[in-house]
Design a protein around this ligand. Structure first.
Ligand SMILES: NC(=O)c1ccc[n+]([C@@H]2O[C@H](COP(=O)([O-])OP(=O)(O)OC[C@H]3O[C@@H](n4cnc5c(N)ncnc54)[C@H](O)[C@@H]3O)[C@@H](O)[C@H]2O)c1
Length: 367
């Protein structure tokens, strides 16, 4: 039975990750050996909610425990790279929430270490595992809408009212939310050659856990990505959107359009405009309740079956480099070149989709 350690026991650990962990514990695939948070108060709360062996406040205890095979890093973002490097050095498989790193130095160190390691490093987000993403990927491969010239992506909300770090340097909606869009677009369209962006602090103060704090990092972004295949995309992200009712991803090809409905971390369906048919077609994908934390079950499956994770480290590095350079672009007010690249993604299974109906007057309420 694999033994698991979790570092960072806040909002995301207590929700989606523990749901998946509990399923594997119930099936006796996993033992949740140790959980760690610097916040000692959590021990009492979590002991009533979850079954685990130890609670610790120093993650070195997880690193030193030779029995622990896999570690989930679910802390605030600035901690990710440092802890992930230490886990790999201690011969553990690692899942790290996004971003892998908040600066290029740490990103390069972690990437170099992971490339040499025999253990797996899978970096969130896991949007490319979603059946809807994979179905759209097949449609593009099958040339359903011709050559894609333009794309748009969007993910935002009003912003967290917990975790002050979300509003400090190394936090912010780009690393937290825009990362999904950039992973989706690069996953579908390939590597980016340069970027240019504008960003701002739209709300200088926020109330976090009932306390007024000064915002220290941008909460509002408009980004342009130019791809190596010459497609140009716009990514809109911010803790500045109250609601929306438009597709997460729009791809404009020479023969048609594809739109992903819902958010890319929780897609509902996709629709295609095909010039030959001259109509919108709506496709529902199976597994409508695909869990966005499924990179975790994928990692466990890969460890047990000794297969390489689909989550591609070169792709994750590319996305992370783009995000770090978006900050540089905003600051210097100029276009910045992207140095890294990655090979096209490879999927093992073909996703079956179900055409729902031919629809000229699309209503999102129908989905
Ligand atoms: N909350 C969400 O909806 C959500 C969704 C997807 C991904 N994520 C990602 O998950 C990560 C965590 O987000 P969250 O919302 O759960 O944050 P959070 O602030 O609720 O939880 C983070 C926890 O990590 C702990 N921590 C920080 N540094 C630590 C250290 N060195 N050792 C041990 N514990 C430490 C904090 O005390 C805190 O309890 C982030 O990377 C975020 O981008 C969050």
């Amino acid at each position: 039975m694999l033994k698991l350690g979790i570092i960072g026991c806040g909002s995301v650990m207590q929700g989606p990750y523990m749901e998946l962990v509990n399923k594997l514990v119930f099936k006796k695939i996993l033992q949740l050996k140790t959980i760690c948070d610097v916040d000692k108060k959590l021990e009492k709360i979590l002991s009533k909610k979850f079954y685990y062996n130890n609670f610790v406040t120093d993650y070195n205890k997880i690193l030193k425990d030779k029995e622990i095979d896999v570690v989930l890093i679910l802390t605030s973002m600035n901690e990710h790279a440092k802890i992930a490097k230490q886990c790999l050095k201690q011969n553990k498989h690692v899942l790290v929430e996004k971003p892998m790193a908040t600066n290029l130095k740490e990103l390069n160190e972690l990437y170099t270490l992971a490339k040499k390691s025999k253990k797996y490093l899978v970096a969130a987000p896991f949007v490319i595992l979603s059946p809807t993403f994979q179905a759209i990927y097949s449609e593009l491969k099958n040339n359903r809408i011709g050559k894609v010239a333009l794309a748009r992506a969007r993910y935002g909300w009003a912003g967290p009212n917990w975790g002050e770090w979300y509003y400090k340097t190394g936090g912010g909606p780009l690393f937290d939310l825009g990362v999904y869009n950039i992973t989706t677009l690069t996953g579908l369209l390939g590597p980016v050659k340069n970027i240019i962006s504008k960003s701002s602090i739209s709300k200088p103060y926020r109330v976090i856990n009932g306390k007024k704090i000064k915002v220290k990092t941008e909460d509002n972004f408009q980004i342009i990505l130019q791809f190596k295949n010459s497609c140009i995309a716009v990514v809109t992200t911010g803790f500045t959107m109250q609601q929306y009712n438009s597709p997460a991803i729009e791809l404009y090809g020479s023969d048609g359009t594809i739109q992903m409905l819902g958010d890319d971390w929780e897609p509902k369906a996709y629709e295609i405009w095909d010039n030959k048919r001259s109509s919108w077609e709506l496709y529902k994908t199976p597994y409508a309740n695909w869990p966005w934390a499924s990179g975790f079950t994928h990692l466990i499956d890969c460890i047990l079956k000794r297969k390489k994770p689909i989550i591609n480290l070169d792709h994750a590095y590319h996305v992370n480099e783009i995000m770090i350079k978006i900050y540089e672009s905003s600051k210097k007010q100029k276009q910045i070149a992207i140095d890294s690249t990655f090979k096209p993604l490879v999927f093992r299974k073909r996703i079956k989709t179900k055409k729902s109906f031919l629809d000229h007057d699309r209503s999102h309420d129908d989905i």
